[in-house]
Design a protein around this ligand. Sequence first.
Ligand SMILES: Cc1cc2nc3c(=O)[nH]c(=O)nc-3n(C[C@H](O)[C@H](O)[C@H](O)COP(=O)(O)OP(=O)(O)OC[C@H]3O[C@@H](n4cnc5c(N)ncnc54)[C@H](O)[C@@H]3O)c2cc1C
Length: 491
Amino acid sequence: METALWWVRADARLHDNTALVAAAEADELLPVFVVDPRQYGERAYGGQRSFAFQKTGAYRARFRRETIADLRESLDDEGSGLLVREGRPGEVVPEVAAAVDADVVHFQALPAPEEREAARAVVSALGDAGVRTESHWTSTLHHVADLPEGVQGIDDTFTPFRQSVESDSRVREPLPEPELPPTPDLGRLDGGHGAFPTLDDLGLERPEYDDRGVLAFEGGETAGLDRLEAYVWEGDHLRAYKRTRNGLLGADYSSKLSPWLAAGCLSPRYVKREVDRYEAERVANDSTYWLLFELRWRDFMAFQTAKHGGQFFARNGIREREDIDWADPGSDPAAREQFERWKRGETGIPFVDANVRELNATGFMSNRGRQNVASVLANSLRIDWRRGAAYFETQLVDYDPCSNYGNWAYVAGVGNDSRDSAFDVVEQAKRYDEDGEYVRHWLPELRGLPPGYVHEPWKMDPEEQAAYGVVLGEDYPEPMVDLEASDEPFR
Ligand SMILES: Cc1cc2nc3c(=O)[nH]c(=O)nc-3n(C[C@H](O)[C@H](O)[C@H](O)COP(=O)(O)OP(=O)(O)OC[C@H]3O[C@@H](n4cnc5c(N)ncnc54)[C@H](O)[C@@H]3O)c2cc1C
């Protein structure tokens, strides 16, 4: 008689889940999700010039709560169940294992330092108690064991990494959902099955869905699979993905799968299988290829994190650059004021402000927006890039440590590419929001401006400002930084 625990992490799904499949081989199985208090409230960033920030904001907390509720429902439907407990995994998982006399604990291996530390604590405590542990790599498209040169051997630049996995690695087939054995008796455990805390309990205000946003992201495997179906099959949007992916408005310019991938409600291998099926049944073109190309970016960031560990999150980055004099909002009042304006979407640069206000109102921002707002903070204002990344960590519904910090470091010039990664924001705005529709969508105060001024309101003279009803410094801020004045912003 074997009893197993499945410690649920960023793999809240029944489909293609190696940890669950292995755990389901036992005679009894108890799935356990642990709400770690270190993931909520104000936390210290750590390292050089540490600062406090809110780990998880309301959008992601709501998404997680929905995710866990959906997982519980699916497990219940399969005759299983879900135990939810609050505390440090290194304490909670061994307590639960002891209470149900578990023989083995299966869990997902994750690449970022905090998650690795949590797993180390669980493995060490269970080892002391004589309980076996088995970790399973399930978060990426390519399995870590299938990397042609191993994690330490991967290139720090994306293109050689991609070429190497495209030619010398394969993507494993997704696993079917297993039959689930019954759960053990919880007799000795207090508190019943438990539940994910409410947003109130977490000290967060429950956000309303804002109908200006791209999608009402709902957490859970069910909603994730529905979104994949709607984007790929019902809407037939995949055939045009490469052309539309730099869009800014609406649900379907890109897949919007990121929140479900980050929480593990969707398996990237399952997404690939759907792409393969679409290619066989409908069309195979540069768009179908490109979605997999982007999933390999996601893999790249995960494996880079595994390779570089804490240095991936350090101010000088994996390139260990000491030549950048980052302004510190903690000690420099001017930088603090600029950072606060950037966070509120009041920089006076419409494309930046529109994107940040979308993030603040919905928890989401397009890839094009993320690149530009990050570039202004890190390259034009030279504010410590980790501050911006930590603000994204709070706000993003799809926050993933590897993709977030990896992309930020990349844009800030300390990460995975030595090429110039600074953006000419006005040029970008004119290119991707040609007639200003996106900016007007999020900045109603600029609705009256013609396309010629909507991205550069500072070019209006006082008479034009009066005529269009947008007086700078009154109706909309003066720009915080003169983007054209120096070569500095565009290294
Ligand atoms: C500064 C910055 C911060 C970012 N932070 C995050 C983050 O915390 N979480 C996150 O998932 N993505 C992050 N990204 C990557 C990217 O912006 C989002 O994955 C994408 O916008 C999500 O929308 P989508 O699912 O419609 O993407 P699609 O264009 O449909 O792409 C499909 C999938 O590919 C992956 N992907 C696409 N672009 C990237 C990329 N540049 N890096 C890694 N994976 C990618 C995502 O999983 C995405 O869901 C960040 C990018 C930047 C520039």
